[in-house]
Design a protein around this ligand. Structure first.
Ligand code: CO
Length: 137
């Protein structure tokens, strides 16, 4: 079912500070920040040769990462995103095996314009999983 790791996401308390650190101290290429109101986050991507690191800052009072940042004030790893070729087929197979899909269970459009879903961390080694449909993955 799983293709490549699309990105690892880090929740950060201050996006511009995190972007500056990745740029100036780690020498990384970092994309421009992008507000995703539907997801309650502003994101920027650290572009790497083999994958990306997604830096997430809370956007709005109902941001899904606010509670995480309260528990982890200096930030931390929030989720890992795997590519799948067919997100509906993946969702249906996971649900048939008892995995919990978060939210309505219907894919939303993610930061790359592709459909995404999230899986309950308690079902997968304590880690929130994002699935992103990437054709050909
Ligand atoms: Co993500």
């Amino acid at each position: 079912m799983l293709g490549r790791v699309n990105h690892v996401a880090l929740a950060v308390p201050d996006l511009s500070d995190a972007m500056a650190r990745y740029r100036s101290m780690l020498g990384a290429t970092v994309s421009a920040p992008q507000a995703l109101p539907e997801h309650g986050v502003t994101v920027a991507f650290v572009e790497l040769a083999n994958t990306k690191v997604e830096l997430l800052e809370a956007l709005g009072d109902a941001s899904p990462i606010r509670a995480f940042l309260e528990k982890n004030p200096s930030g931390g790893m929030h989720h890992i995103c795997y590519e799948v070729a067919d997100i509906i087929a993946a969702r249906d197979a996971l649900k048939a095996n008892g995995a919990r899909v978060l939210g309505s269970g219907e894919p939303k459009t993610g930061a790359h314009g592709n459909p995404v879903l999230f899986l309950h961390p308690k079902d997968f080694a304590g880690t929130l999983i994002e699935l992103e449909e990437v054709r050909g993955s």
